[in-house]
Write a protein that binds this ligand. Structure first.
Ligand SMILES: [Zn+2]
Length: 292
């Protein structure tokens, strides 16, 4: 099954809901960055929440999520857009701890409990929306919930989960976002609160292999959900040898001449996807010709 997300309305369109299966996408991030299990869970949960947040955007809009806690992972950076494309990295990918007292990956210990979650939305025409909240948990699901409530003033509930195989590959990943629209009746709010208390943790739902649609039915109750559309979700980086080449060109003739004379080659590295690009002497001479 390929990754995808589903958008829905629930309780007579008083509630907006999103759910995603992100197993392959988080798996690709794990392979590219060689993350250890606790780091995979932290990066995967951030990517899973970010791709749903991205799906709330339109057209060419995109966003960057940064989680900056005081734990050993260092900053987590994730880009997502309205097309279900997401990429991301964690500063220190080789971090792992013993399972916590609930038998789960100890994401809080890896992320830290003091720090910030920030979101920058690029909505085009050099227009940016920026929001930042302090971390309230370090488990990330609660931190995204707090972000929606505090920064966007949308009462929300976010559940994100990542399960890791013994060989460090990703077994399953996914999540949901439930948001109350303005004017939601108290009765509906109570119903949702009760359901959220009663459902198993999101990691259990994805472990059972539920589809995004089934996750929303489990969370909101069968018959309460009206599905609107689905969208493929993929790990996708925007980097290329040409793009990095343009960055080299912008360094100017002196700098490029220096590269040619000193090393006779150059290498660039993309943090987001861990791809390396090598420029031979001939490549650099070509770039030198294009530089001012
Ligand atoms: Zn890249």
């Amino acid at each position: 099954m390929k990754d995808y997300l589903v958008k829905a309305l629930a309780f007579d369109d008083q509630v907006r809901a999103y759910a995603v299966r992100s197993t392959e996408t988080v798996g690709e991030a794990q392979r590219r960055h060689h993350t250890w299990p606790t780091a995979s869970a932290a990066l995967g949960r951030t990517m899973t929440a970010s791709v749903m947040m991205g799906s709330m955007l339109k057209g060419e809009e995109k966003l960057t999520v940064k989680v900056e806690g005081d734990g050993p992972l260092g900053p987590i950076l994730v880009d997502a857009n309205a097309k279900g494309q997401v990429r991301g990295y964690v500063t220190h990918p080789q971090v792992h701890f013993d399972l916590n007292e609930h038998g789960k990956l100890d994401v809080r210990r890896a992320v830290g409990t003091s720090g910030f979650l920030s979101v920058v939305k690029d909505v085009g025409l050099r227009d940016y929306f920026t929001g930042q909240v302090p971390l309230v948990s370090g488990e990330l699901g609660e931190d995204f919930t707090y972000y929606f409530v505090k920064s966007e003033q949308v009462p929300s509930s976010v559940g994100v989960g990542v399960l890791v195989n013994p060989d460090n590959t990703i077994l399953a990943a996914g999540g949901f976002v439930i948001q109350l629209l303005p004017g939601t009746e108290d009765e509906t709010i109570t119903k949702i609160e009760e359901r959220l208390k009663a459902i198993p943790p999101i990691s259990k739902l994805i472990e059972r292999g539920l589809s995004p649609e089934e996750i929303l039915e489990e969370v909101l109750g069968k018959g309460n959900v009206r599905f609107l559309e689905t969208q493929p979700v993929t790990f996708q980086c925007t980097c290329s040898k040409e793009r990095f080449g343009n960055a080299i060109i912008s360094l100017g003739k002196d700098e490029i001449t220096d590269m040619i004379e000193t090393d006779g080659k150059a290498e660039t590295h993309c943090h987001f996807c861990n791809e390396k690009y090598t420029y031979t002497r001939e490549d650099l001479e070509q770039l030198l010709n294009e530089a001012k």
